[in-house]
Design a protein around this ligand. Structure first.
Ligand code: 6PG
Length: 462
């Protein structure tokens, strides 16, 4: 393992717990010392120099790295290459951009080195006790490390949450979309929080209880579970709830943004994910928001309805939003599979996301079943069961979105989800007018509903 930050170190310890002997290297000797200390009497060796590290490895060598995406990955490859032989294997377990992974695969293949891009999800705890692992690359190269990954991966129904997903950058692509879905689910949950906090005037304790209750039902998922726990956490400094002293500006490392960027390139609509990213960016404009607040001040009316009923509608709206988010992410995977020739198996992806990863959710069971029934389902909303589940909750979503609009509380992910659903179920959309406008001002042509071919009209005078 190259890179002994908390993720790398935890994967090393996880491997060692499963009986594998592991060598670790980090250019920061303090990290090597930390590994040695934590490893105790496990079969783990630390190395302070790259050549010493390479010398510890059995041939053909398998080197996994967990370093920040971008230049650090290239730097590690550059330092490793003179120490490796043909037939050795490099595994990049970080959140690398899939296009970088493709480039690195090609360059390394020319040197006779196999390269696997692996998405690892589950944060620090997952790395230590069982992450979801998304590998892509040469299948034979993966076969060499398959038993190791299967040993350390999370288990769902006794099956390891790892599978070879496809060639080249497919693993990193799937992890990227996982993170896009992650962004949207987090934003949807945050909006339900805002509507309960400022709309219903609920306390942290009350909201913690609501999320806890939701986590016991159909919304059962890691993100809802940690949300419930977050509301109970006290701040040591002030004694307040920690969530209330955290600055309301969200940051990002880029993977969610890459999902939206590539979806734009492939022309796949995933508006709930896009708007979640934009809303993170809006949150980061704190000083502008503070300047605008007094200019656009508008009081939030006092809620006088049935609180329990509204909370149930919020729960349903979140469930509909969650299904729509997975539908959008999976639709991108389906298109990317064709475009990049990954030949992805969407059922397998749903299967390995059931445990270990940040977006793990009970809902992945019916999603998996949907792809088992119809592997080439273009959109999960067309699955009879999931489609019905969304439509049964659409009135709740409408009520929640209507309330957010009336109260003046921003709920962009919920609102956009409703727009997406209403657009998706519309056999007719006003795109004919857009086509007419394009042809009118730019002779871009249009197609007709009553004849095949491409048409252009000399539109009337202004
Ligand atoms: C995971 C996460 C992880 C990601 C963080 C932060 O699956 O374990 O997706 O890989 O780095 O969630 O992402 P942002 O900093 O972009 O929010």
């Amino acid at each position: 393992m190259v890179g002994l930050g908390v993720m790398g170190r935890n994967i090393v310890l996880n491997l060692a717990d499963h009986g594998h002997s592991v060598a670790g290297y980090d250019r920061d000797s303090a990290q090597v010392a930390a590994l040695r200390k934590e490893a105790g009497d496990r079969t783990v060796q630390g190395a302070e120099k790259m050549p010493e590290f390479a010398g510890l490895l059995r041939r053909p060598r398998a080197v996994m790295m967990l370093v920040p995406a971008g230049a650090p990955v290239d730097a590690v490859i550059r330092d490793l290459l003179p120490l490796l032989d043909r037939g050795d294997l490099i595994i990049d377990g970080g959140n690398s951009h899939f296009k970088d992974t493709d480039l690195r695969s090609t360059t390394l293949a020319e040197r006779g080195i196999d390269f696997i891009g692996v998405g690892v999800s589950g944060g620090e705890y997952g790395a230590r006790h069982g992450p979801s692992i998304m590998p892509g690359g040469p299948r034979e190269a993966y076969a060499r490390v398959q038993p190791l990954f299967e040993a350390i991966a999370a288990k769902a129904d006794d099956s390891p949450c790892v599978a070879w997903l496809g060639p080249r950058s497919s693993g990193h692509y799937v992890k990227m979309v996982h993170n896009g879905i992650e962004y949207a689910l987090m934003q949807l949950i945050a909006e339900t929080y805002d509507l309960m906090k400022r709309g219903l005037g609920m306390t942290d304790d009350e909201m913690g209880d609501v999320y806890d209750g939701w986590n016991r039902g159909e919304l059962n998922s890691y993100l809802v579970e940690i949300t419930a726990r977050i509301f109970r956490q006290k701040d040591e400094k002030t004694g307040k709830r920690l969530v209330d002293v955290i600055l309301d500006e969200s940051r990002q490392n880029g993977t969610g943004m890459w999902t939206s960027q590539d979806a734009m390139d492939l022309q796949v609509p995933l508006p709930t994910i896009d708007v979640s990213l934009s809303t993170r960016n809006l949150s980061a404009l704190k000083s502008e928001r503070e300047a605008a607040a007094p200019l656009f001040a508008r009081p939030i009316p006092k809620f006088s309805g049935d609180r329990g009923a509204f909370q149930a509608q919020l729960r349903d709206a979140l469930y509909a939003g969650t299904i729509a988010t997975f539908a959008q992410g999976m639709a991108l995977l389906s298109k990317a599979s064709e475009h990049y020739k990954y030949d992805l198996d969407l059922e397998t992806i749903a299967r390995i996301w059931r445990g270990g990863c940040i977006i793990r959710a009970q809902l992945l069971e019916p999603i998996r079943a949907a792809y088992r029934a119809k592997p080439d389902q273009p959109n999960l909303l067309l699955d009879p069961g999931l489609g019905k589940a969304v439509m049964a909750r659409q009135e709740s979503l409408r009520t929640v979105v209507g309330a957010a609009a009336a109260w003046g509380i921003a709920a962009p992910a919920l609102m956009t989800t409703l727009g997406y659903l209403d657009g998706y179920r519309s056999a007719w959309m006003p795109a004919n007018l857009v086509q007419a406008q394009r042809d009118n001002f730019g002779s871009h042509t249009y197609e007709r509903i009553d004849a095949k071919g491409v048409f252009h009209t000399q539109w009337g005078p202004e």
